[in-house]
Design a protein around this ligand. Sequence first.
Ligand SMILES: [Mg+2]
Length: 218
Amino acid sequence: MEWSCMTEPVARMVFCDFDGTITVEDTFVKVCRHFAADVVDRMLKDIFKGTLTLKEGIRTIVESIPSSRYEEMLDFVNGTPLRPGLDSFLDFLEEKQVPFVVISGGLRSLVERQLGDIAKRASAIYAADVDTAGPCLHVISEFEEGTELVNKKKIMDTYSFTDAVALGDGVTDHGMAMAASLVFARRHLADYLDKQNRPYVRWNDFHDVREALVRRWM
Ligand SMILES: [Mg+2]
């Protein structure tokens, strides 16, 4: 379905993180650890010391990986377990005509490989891209801003909506969660929202999200 041709703002939208939210585990971290283990260790020390931003760390890690290993990286994420209930949640959103936008702080090609046929059901997928023409991977990110490689709030700002639902679990989901009218949070994002005194819904799988929205959207 093409949403961009609509002249009226879409009333409701769902913005969804990818790693650890759509997937059970953070696959991007696993890829980085598998293909650039020593660089990851070095970068993590600097990130914890505060001398390096997460964005700089991710860029350095990905750009240390030879382009010759790109296909192997894509194959590495084959068969990634997705959180249960995604298909029926997407059925529900289609029935309600609510766009589902995936925003990942990782790499688009990895996200698309893991989503498989489900990728077509998202109204858009945002993530960083990689150029494989040089000896090592090169990261290209249209929505890079501040300390973020993919600034999720900046992507939300490109849409008109009256009611945004955000789903996330991590540190890069803070801005997106604070800009949403309803948040489904897990792990770190739930702890952060507790500290901010912001209400959110705890969830484990997409069946939980669907049930909560069925009640709210009656
Ligand atoms: Mg995440």
